[in-house]
Design a protein around this ligand. Structure first.
Ligand SMILES: [Zn+2]
Length: 78
């Protein structure tokens, strides 16, 4: 799998799931590599407000980067 140049480009390869005013969630259905650790991630969570609270239903490993707009991006790993 090719590495993505930007997070915004990366989002276009993901499947949109939940979306609200605080955050948007995308599922990685094509095993795209996490920009932080290189392993495929399960979900990308785009935080649209600062601060944002997340309620995670299970314990997950997280990687974090920042979008071109300065929004925090969370990559979840099971
Ligand atoms: Zn990662």
């Amino acid at each position: 799998m090719e590495e993505m140049d930007t997070p915004d480009e990366l989002v276009s390869y993901l499947t949109p799931r939940e979306k609200n005013e605080m955050m948007a969630t995308y599922q990685n259905t094509t095993a795209i590599a996490c920009p932080a650790c290189g392993d495929p991630f399960d979900y990308l969570i785009v935080c649209k407000q600062d601060p944002t609270s997340l309620s995670l239903s299970e314990v997950m490993d997280l990687c974090v980067s920042t979008s071109e707009d300065g929004n925090p991006l969370l990559y979840t790993h099971r």
